[in-house]
Design a protein around this ligand. Structure first.
Ligand code: AKG
Length: 302
């Protein structure tokens, strides 16, 4: 985890918020990072069809499409080395080269048609040896909301920045078609029926993925990040995005949002980082150590 003291003891004596709101702070930090190629990533039509079918019927997919994630990984390393939570990497162009790049956009357009939008639920997670990903949860409780084509209306996208394996904290998912009904309200009740627990354990699927893969799940799907137990090899590093289907019903269309191929400007990036720090940083079981940044999130998201 980043040493947050670094940021608080920086030479620059301006208040932290002022430093963060100054684009020059980030231009300087990200200057050494090379930009990723912007070319489209070749997509195998059979893979796109498979992703389409598993998203529609099982609520998730894994697409190992080798997005050029090296510079985005370097941006996460840079912000953490400077003492900021990894989500600040979303202020860099290197991250948006991937998140608004032709590779990801081509995949999403191929699956959902043009017009999908992103919302400000951005995150980046590093899982080091002994640590674990987020606990089992559904992103949004309640029955799944579908678009007219039967696809989930709200989808979490998760991009692997390193090779993610069974040993270093890969994601697990319980496919929607075999999940017990209770997963819709997972987290609301303190007790679970043994039968439901057995059904979850039997059907849980590990999702290892090489660096540059795209994982996606419906926001009503039960999922979690496993523990990192590998004694060598990379940390598990990832980026998370909140995607909205082009024909999502109005009740799930919150604003702000932007078209998936669009690169948000600095002010929008900053607000989205602020929102995300408030939403995710305050869960200290999930993100130990980020509480001091929740207040910053509040200021930045105004
Ligand atoms: O990266 C992780 O461990 C968890 C990510 C996740 O569950 C989510 O974004 O909903």
């Amino acid at each position: 985890m980043a040493n947050f003291d670094t940021v608080l003891q920086a030479q620059d004596r301006r208040p932290l918020v002022e430093r963060i709101q100054d684009p020059a702070t980030w231009d300087e930090l990200f200057a050494p990072i090379e930009r990723a190629p912007s070319d489209a990533v070749p997509l195998d039509p059979a893979l796109v069809q498979q992703c389409h079918d598993t998203l529609r019927h099982q609520g998730h997919f894994v697409a190992p499409i080798e997005l050029p994630v090296g510079p985005a990984r370097a941006a996460v390393d840079a912000v953490e080395a400077a003492g900021f939570p990894a989500v600040f990497a979303f202020l860099s162009d290197a991250v948006w080269d991937v998140c608004a790049g032709a590779g990801l956009v081509g995949l999403i357009d191929g699956l959902l048609g043009p017009g999908a939008r992103l919302q400000p639920g951005l995150w980046s997670k590093r899982v080091t040896h002994g640590d674990r990903g987020w606990e089992p949860h559904v992103d949004i409780q309640g029955p799944p909301v579908r678009a007219p084509d039967g696809m989930p209306a709200q989808i979490t996208l998760w991009l692997s920045l390193t090779d993610v394996t069974l040993d270093n904290g890969c994601m697990y998912i319980v496919p929607e078609d075999v999940a017990p009904d209770m997963v819709r309200d997972f987290g609301r009740s303190d007790t679970l029926a043994l039968e439901a627990v057995e059904q979850v354990l039997h059907n849980a699927r590990a999702l290892p993925a090489p660096a540059g893969s795209v994982l996606a799940w419906s926001t009503s799907t039960l999922h979690w990040g496993a523990r990192h137990r590998a004694t060598h090899g990379p940390d598990r590093m990832s980026l998370g995005l909140e995607l909205r289907h082009p024909q999502a019903p109005p009740e799930v269309c919150s604003e702000p949002s932007w078209a998936i191929g669009h690169r948000p400007d600095f002010a929008t990036r900053l607000r989205a980082v602020g929102h995300s720090l408030q939403w995710y940083g305050s869960n200290s079981a999930r993100e130990p150590g980020l509480r001091p940044f929740v207040f910053l999130g509040r200021l930045l998201s105004r």
